[in-house]
Design a binder for this molecule. Structure first.
Ligand SMILES: *[C@@H]1O[C@H](CO)[C@@H](O)[C@H](O)[C@H]1NC(C)=O
Ligand SMILES: *[C@@H]1O[C@H](CO)[C@@H](O)[C@H](O)[C@H]1NC(C)=O
Ligand SMILES: *[C@@H]1O[C@H](CO)[C@@H](O)[C@H](O)[C@H]1NC(C)=O
Length: 364
């Protein structure tokens, strides 16, 4: 008997001009996966329907759009990307030259640089039709000064699914052909469980959880708080030697799922997540692709489960089978953001909108 279950995870479509918020429809191909979904009592993933926007007819060529990057995030200058070459987004002019301000179709403002200084925003009058984009990828716990910016921006660009311009820290892309080799370990995964943490603070839920878990299972801790990362190695290559990875977010908020998760998937490990609730992760991932700390009543029981999987590769396969059908994409900071913004500015050209409740929305 065929078990079919239709699920949708968010991912952009590369085969057409990007729209804002485009989930792809997927069909669960593996019978085992479906059975597991049912066993886990997982409900269907519900995403907001894509906004079917009626695009103005502008001839065969999409019209040129100019977007000004007002501040480089955190003051780190990066070369502006070629959106056509990287993402197939054509006729998009990106610049950081402020002299272009009077004729830019949109400007991207990164929150950190204006958080404490509203005069860091453009002081000249806003040209007609110009979109101001509020860009922020920090969580509300690390975002201050929001109330000063009510009614200032026209579009939001964040990791939240309900942003005007939504871009997560990573996403899955469906594979066109089932990929058998992705299941074979490329490296001997002799080691059990790793965690890379740079900002250790006893007040964080993740540190408290780690302390309890470490009573029952050994965790190799890297980063400023543990063994320093080897010079020649990045997180992904370090973590490849492990079966499991602690992808614990620094704070818990709607859709706030960062590169910690996506790096771990890229490395082929099974992530153990602490962040928003399981249902929230399931907007982005098949239910068995991760283990949520809330799946177990205590860290002791989670530790027992990990040790069981470690001893029984057949059980571990449950958490890896989805890899046949998807590949993992890590969002390119900030190239992908700028190009996605450019595309969104084009799609919203004839619209007028103002972000009135920035703080209430972002902190919800
Ligand atoms: C605020 O931003 C303006 C414009 O970039 C700058 O001239 C000023 O020095 C900044 N003020 C502070 C306190 O950083
Ligand atoms: C480190 O964590 C503390 C407590 O959560 C937070 O206040 C601080 O801003 C964090 N620092 C960085 C650099 O993220
Ligand atoms: C952008 O927001 C400003 C401030 O509310 C508003 O005056 C302007 O009409 C908006 N422009 C567009 C193109 O949406």
């Amino acid at each position: 008997m065929e078990h079919e279950k239709s699920t949708r995870f968010w991912c952009p479509r590369r085969d057409e001009p990007r729209r804002v918020r485009t989930p792809c429809s997927l069909v669960c191909v593996s019978a085992l996966g479906c059975v597991l979904c049912l066993l886990l009592g997982v409900s269907l993933i519900k995403l907001p329907d894509p906004q079917h926007q009626i695009l103005p007819i502008t001839g065969s060529e999409p019209s040129e759009v100019t977007v000004l990057v007002w501040t480089h995030p955190f003051g780190h200058h990066s070369r502006l990307p070629d959106c056509e070459a990287l993402f197939g987004i054509s006729r998009c002019v990106l610049t950081d030259d402020r002299r272009v301000y009077p004729r830019a179709d949109g400007i991207i403002v990164h929150h950190r640089e204006i958080a404490t200084n509203i005069t860091a925003l453009p002081q000249d009058p806003r040209p007609n039709g110009q979109k101001w984009i509020w860009m922020n990828f920090e969580s509300p716990s690390h975002t201050s000064g929001l109330r000063r910016f009510e009614g200032v921006f026209n579009l939001t660009m964040t990791y939240r699914v309900d942003s005007d311009i939504f871009l997560p820290y990573g996403y899955l892309l469906p594979r066109h052909h089932a990929h058998a080799s992705s299941l074979r370990p490329r490296f001997q995964r002799a080691r059990l469980l790793a965690w890379v943490i740079s900002n250790w603070s006893e007040s964080q839920a993740r540190v408290a959880y780690y302390r309890r878990l470490a009573n029952y299972v050994s965790v190799d801790v890297f980063g400023r708080a543990g063994v320093p990362l080897p010079e020649d190695s990045n997180v992904v290559s370090l973590v490849r030697r492990y079966q499991f990875y602690l992808a614990l977010e620094n704070s818990q908020h709607t859709d706030y799922i960062t590169e910690k998760l996506w790096n771990s998937l890229l490395a082929g490990t099974v992530p153990i997540v602490l962040g928003p609730p399981r249902e929230n992760y399931e907007r982005f991932l098949p239910p068995e692709a991760f283990i949520h700390v809330d799946d177990f009543p205590s860290p002791r029981l989670l530790a027992q489960y990990l040790l069981l999987l470690h001893r029984s590769p057949a059980y571990l396969q449950r958490h890896l089978a989805w890899r046949r059908s998807y590949s993992v994409h890590l969002t390119a900071f900030w190239a992908e953001h700028y190009c996605t913004a450019c595309s969104a500015v084009r799609n919203n050209r004839l619209r007028t909108n103002t972000v009135a409740n920035l703080q209430r929305w972002f902190e919800s």
